[in-house]
Design a protein around this ligand. Structure first.
Ligand code: SF4
Length: 352
């Protein structure tokens, strides 16, 4: 773990995020430093999902930040005694499945997800009965008991790759209907993607908000014409198919970040709009100040937003004082851990 920055250094760094005001930096720098001190003292790893607000994101070191896939890989090899997951509950469950002997904590256990919350283990069983013998690939945005009924887990970064490696010419993909439609288009002629009917699957309530009209308006208002060599519209896999078709690049958050980094290194990016959660753009803007980013800050995930710096601070103080941590602990029945580990490990093997 690197040296803890001073309060002044924390303030300066916080101010590099466009959405953090000077007053926010003043108010929270001391609290962040205290979190970092407790983190070091108790050998805690603080995993930070890309959609965390900057004040919370700041508590994770570079290697502790990422999307669901990067963080689950990191969780699988951490030697920390305690894992604090700054993300939503299904992510913390994945970390628990991979680290059953460790304490996995989340600052607010009610932080859900419209995908995970609306598709259960029973729904997976129903689809398996309807399509016997077809492998089930489940998006990581699901709870451990639903994963336990599936053959392999995937993330947006590796879904296409894993689907291609599964046996047979059909794959059941759950629960995200829009992502499934995008995947079906991507794998046309290679694999048939079977997914839940309208009303029986789920969608990401954040990414589905972007319409083709929004993308056209962004192109016009921010002068990002299609095909411009240095101006880009990015879209996440969970957006509507027509949005993906219109975007200049689509992928997972890690793939989007990677494309931005490559373009920046070649001096090939001056303006960008990312059709995804708005704090992702805040965090990208701090990392790549050379690029003019435009945000859609009404598009905030209310579940991710439940993880605040105040709640994280309270949790870290409880760790430090040796309090009972059950309020924050992510616990799962042993048999669910056992069964869910296999499809997650399969993802780690096939997704490489
Ligand atoms: S952004 Fe969408 S997929 Fe991610 S946690 Fe929020 S609701 Fe779930």
């Amino acid at each position: 773990m690197k040296e803890i920055p001073s309060i002044e250094e924390i303030k300066q760094h916080l101010e590099s995020y466009p959405s953090v005001t000077k007053a926010d930096a003043e108010l929270h720098a001391e609290r962040i430093r205290e979190i970092l001190e407790i983190k070091k003292k108790h050998n805690v790893v603080i995993l930070g999902h890309n959609y965390m607000e900057p004040l919370v994101f700041e508590c994770s070191e570079e290697q502790e930040r990422g999307d669901s896939y990067g963080l689950s890989e990191y969780a699988a090899r951490t030697d920390a005694d305690i894992i604090v997951f700054n993300g939503v509950r299904f992510m913390a469950e994945t970390a628990k499945v991979l680290n059953p002997e460790k304490k996995v904590l989340i600052a607010d256990r009610t932080a859900g997800c419209s995908l995970a919350d609306n598709f259960t283990a029973e729904n997976v069983k129903e689809l398996k009965q309807k399509h016997p013998g077809v492998p089930v690939m489940i998006y990581i945005n699901s709870y451990a008991d639903a994963k336990a009924e599936s053959d392999v887990v995937c993330t947006s970064a590796n879904a296409a790759k894993i689907a291609k490696k599964l046996p047979g010419n059909k794959v059941i993909f759950v629960p995200d209907i829009l992502f499934a439609q995008n995947l079906a288009e991507e794998l046309r002629g290679v694999k048939e993607i079977i997914y839940p009917e309208e009303g029986r699957g789920a969608i990401c309530e954040v990414h589905e908000k972007f319409s083709i009209e929004d993308i056209n308006a962004v192109r016009k208002s921010f002068e990002i014409p299609k095909g411009h060599p240095k101006r880009m519209i990015y879209a996440h896999w969970e957006c509507r198919p027509e949005v993906l078709r219109e975007a200049d690049f689509y992928g997972s958050t890690t793939q989007i970040r990677k494309d931005i980094a490559e373009r920046v290194s070649k001096g090939m990016l001056e303006k960008a709009f990312v059709a995804s959660e708005c704090e992702l753009t805040s965090n990208l803007a701090a990392e790549f100040p050379q690029v003019q980013f435009y945000t859609a800050c009404s598009v905030r995930c209310s579940h991710m937003a439940k993880i605040t710096i105040e709640k994280l601070h309270r949790l870290m103080k409880a760790i430090d004082s040796g309090e009972d941590l059950s309020e924050w602990e992510v616990a799962l029945p042993e048999e669910v851990i056992e069964k869910a580990r296999k499809p997650i490990e399969k993802m780690l093997e096939l997704g490489r």
